[in-house]
Design a protein around this ligand. Structure first.
Ligand SMILES: CC(C)(COP(=O)(O)OP(=O)(O)OC[C@H]1O[C@@H](n2cnc3c(N)ncnc32)[C@H](O)[C@@H]1OP(=O)(O)O)[C@@H](O)C(=O)NCCC(=O)NCCS
Length: 327
């Protein structure tokens, strides 16, 4: 429920769904927030980085998603995006205009997001934030979220990659189809009960975000085609930030570390083929992949996030599962 005490202190705040007419205003407000954040937290002056319209429209229109904005006397002062993967609900990005921070607007937006995710039947509700931000960790702890494990943010610069290096992907992957979905839903549910990425696959097509691939490796557990684990990945090649020259590995599920590394290798090749510079991915600690696995593969640690949960069990799988709760 929305905290009425807070509402009394900020009586003119109105929280509503983001409408198309406010997309550019939201992008501008978000860019100002992060410019201000880098200056205050790191003493760095950075230019304004705008999320792409494509990114905002994808979040607004994703099945089960909701993008809320806060307005003060009609002026857009904050926003929060909610995402639902089956029974798993999380939010981000989340920003309040620097001029209006510490006035209770952030609390109202989080309360609205939680109310929404709860109303949609999410049994897990959480978010990921910068592990170095004592301010944010305090903010969320005071709202009932507990810190859990870390999510590592990795980047690999492929601009110097040797184009002639041997291909470790024994079979070329094929595009995922609707027919793959029943088995994939079972695999996702085994990783985390209630987890379902169907909305991401629909958004991928609708917003032309990238590609979803199936990798079938001979030598996996099953001898027969039907017994093979359905290794799969979603590689985003659209621009999340205007002008970005990187891809983002949105999802990867693999039978084991070896298969995951072969799939990463393919994603890197694909990134180079598309003329992009590098690849980003975020990996949560509760899965079969370790920090060292990525470092060995040539990834640099670009940041550490902490997952904070209000409700829900900790994901704990031996499968290689690359995903994150970060918008
Ligand atoms: C995080 C953010 C959205 C919060 O919005 P906000 O409108 O400023 O938040 P509120 O005014 O509702 O609440 C601010 C809380 O932070 C606390 N706070 C402020 N500065 C703090 C500091 N330096 N250390 C610890 N707590 C601090 C306030 O006391 C208040 O908490 P309390 O009422 O529980 O005591 C906003 O600060 C922001 O946009 N930050 C930059 C982007 C960002 O970090 N987004 C979240 C990524 S997960």
């Amino acid at each position: 429920m929305i905290d009425d005490t807070t509402r009394d202190q900020t009586p003119k705040i109105d929280i509503s769904r983001l409408e198309k007419a406010d997309i550019d205003g939201t992008r501008h407000m978000q860019a100002l927030v992060w410019q201000d954040h880098f200056l205050k937290e790191r003493g760095q002056t950075v230019s304004l980085l705008f999320r792409s319209r494509q990114n905002i429209e994808y979040y607004m229109e994703k099945d089960g998603g909701a993008f809320f904005v806060a307005k003060l006397d009609g002026e857009l002062v904050g926003s929060i995006a909610c995402h639902i993967w089956g029974k798993i609900g999380w939010f981000g990005p989340f920003e309040v205009h620097p001029k209006h921070q510490n006035r209770g607007i952030g609390k109202m937006l989080v309360a609205r997001a939680v109310e929404y995710l709860d109303g949609e039947g999410c049994t897990t509700i959480g978010l990921e934030t910068m592990s170095t931000s004592t301010r944010n960790i305090t903010f969320y702890s005071n709202r009932g979220f507990e810190p859990r494990k870390m999510t590592y943010v990795f980047y690999k610069d492929l601009s110097q990659d040797n184009p002639d290096k041997p291909d470790s992907t024994p079979q070329q992957p094929r595009k995922m189809t609707q027919d793959d979905l029943p088995l994939l839903r079972k695999v996702w549910n085994d990783i985390d009960p209630g987890l379902d990425y169907t909305a991401e696959l629909e958004a991928l097509d609708k917003h032309d975000l990238g590609e979803a691939m199936m990798f079938e490796f001979v030598g996996g557990k099953g001898e027969q085609q039907d017994d093979r684990f359905p290794n799969h990945a979603i590689l985003h090649s659209y621009e999340l930030i205007d002008g970005s020259t990187n891809t983002i590995l949105k999802l990867l599920v693999a039978e084991n570390t070896d298969a995951a590394m072969k799939m990463l290798d393919w994603c890197e090749r694909r990134t180079v083929e598309m003329g992009k510079r590098g690849i980003f991915l975020r990996s949560y600690q509760g899965t079969g992949l370790e920090l060292a696995d990525f470092l060995k593969q040539g990834y640099a640690l670009a940041g550490v996030q902490v997952r904070m949960m209000m409700r829900g069990k900790e994901e704990n799988t031996e499968r290689a599962h690359i995903s994150c709760w970060s918008g």
